[in-house]
Design a protein around this ligand. Sequence first.
Ligand code: SF4
Ligand code: SF4
Ligand SMILES: [Zn+2]
Length: 323
Amino acid sequence: MTDKTIRTQFSSQSKCEVCDCQVNYSDFLLYEKRGYLVCSSYDCKAVMSQKNKLSPALFAFHLDRNKKIIHERRAKDAAAIKYREDIELKESLENQKILQSILSENPHLVAKNIHTLTIPSGLSRSIPITEERLEIYSKHLKSIISKAACFADAAKVTDEIFEQNYENHDRVLKVEQLFANQPLLKSMSNQLCALCKGGCCPVGGDHAYLSVVTMRCYLDTHPDLSEQDVLDLYLSKISTKSIAGACINQTREGCVLPREMRSDVCNGFYCAPLKSYHKEYLIKGEKTEVLAIQRSHTHWNRFDPDEENEVVNVVLLGDKKLS
Ligand code: SF4
Ligand code: SF4
Ligand SMILES: [Zn+2]
């Protein structure tokens, strides 16, 4: 077949035999070699790879069954994406309305560059820390401290538990460097995180993202401390109460660990709205005002069908004239 003939035959009718989606031209070219048309999806290719191995009757059964599974899965994924997009659109329209109402009540703000962002809310119910949680946390600390002691320094550590290694430290250093050059950005970011009160901390559980790398970094900067000293120090920071359903170190007053005792994950993390604010700030400079619209969800459950995501707070940072 000439290339021209092949192109002529390639049409909108060239569908994957499993999922019915349009195959791309490079998959179409493999039709003769394979003896069937299949798209680039791993699942579809796995189904069709059985065509020459199974009897025709068995393959027909296999194809029919997997077609249904793949169609159902894709419909579910598409529904989940639509659900997320609907929430994003609804919230974005609500945010625009809030901004418009603030501008109409405060005309001096119209000429300003206002960056509107949605921040989540940390969980807030404080409960006593159980012996069981403490036990799990202590075990975790003992394990990572003793592993950390086997490495000469942090640069040599790879920690499979959180897939952390010393390279993650670069992310923290970059944030620190950025903030050193942009003190206003640092102050605004701190204010936003203080408003949010740890919306990203609920997943910290009883490990607090502390890893072998964190411990080795700490031992590197405190060479006089023994393994037991480090364990005692971390345990001494624990409060009697912490936030229900969140990291063991999260309290109503914030994280009990000083920054140098936290993991690189905690120190380097900024949620998407804050990251986009950082980006805009670097492009537009410090004239950027920040309108923070705080919603009730945490960083992790914004798209949870049981979550209302209602607006709980609206704050314009940096504007002194706003009453
Ligand atoms: S990074 Fe985002 S989610 Fe985490 S505390 Fe700050 S504002 Fe909240
Ligand atoms: S250690 Fe602190 S910053 Fe990290 S997840 Fe726990 S409370 Fe949040
Ligand atoms: Zn397919």
